[in-house]
Design a protein around this ligand. Structure first.
Ligand code: ZN
Length: 184
């Protein structure tokens, strides 16, 4: 029996997706905690092919607050990489350090809020350290991420600043196109 809690996904034709989000007021209320847990669960459910067909939803590994219509700084991720599970609901995250090395996903990035795939390489930092309050473990976390996980978190973090992945395609203004960036 499938029981998917559907969230209303907002698209990039809305101004909200292009705005900088506000810090989440603390302490968190129970309703918001539950919503963030629901976002993680939504991502988990979205990765099941049967659910995708049944509910006409797309597979996602990350979901940020503006994508569900909320102008606040929190996001959820759910994915596996190198046999490790990444399952977090981060509130008021901050990227505290970045590598000088850059990378990009050879296949390009995608986004639940962008209906059509836009080709191009999105240059990201190879390593980041990010901190924030994780709703799932109910504590402050400090995560050191490399390669694919680092890309996913940077993509979601960008949503909180109103930046979509295509804003960074070959853009010299934001992160700068780096000829030395390696493909993964
Ligand atoms: Zn996205």
């Amino acid at each position: 029996m499938i029981d998917v809690k559907l969230l209303n996904i907002h698209y990039d034709d809305e101004g909200l997706l292009h705005q900088k989000c506000k810090e989440v007021p603390l302490p968190l209320d129970e309703e918001k905690k539950q919503l963030i847990k629901d976002m993680v669960q939504y991502l988990k459910d979205s990765q099941d092919e049967e659910n995708q067909r049944e509910y006409s939803i797309r597979s996602g590994v990350g979901l940020a607050a503006p994508q569900i219509g909320i102008n606040e700084r929190f996001f959820a991720v759910y994915f596996h990489d190198n046999e490790k599970e990444y399952s977090y609901g981060l509130v008021n995250p901050k990227i505290v350090s970045t590598s000088s090395k850059k990378i990009y996903l050879d296949s390009g990035e995608g986004c639940l809020s962008v209906k059509k795939d836009i080709e191009g390489h999105v240059i990201r930092y190879k390593r980041i350290t990010i901190k924030g309050y994780d709703v799932l473990s109910e504590k402050e976390v400090l995560l050191r991420l490399t390669d694919y996980p680092a890309i996913v978190f940077q993509h979601e973090y960008d949503h909180l600043d109103g930046i979509l992945y295509y804003d960074r395609i070959n853009s010299e203004n934001l992160l700068g196109f780096d000829e030395n960036a390696e493909a993964i």
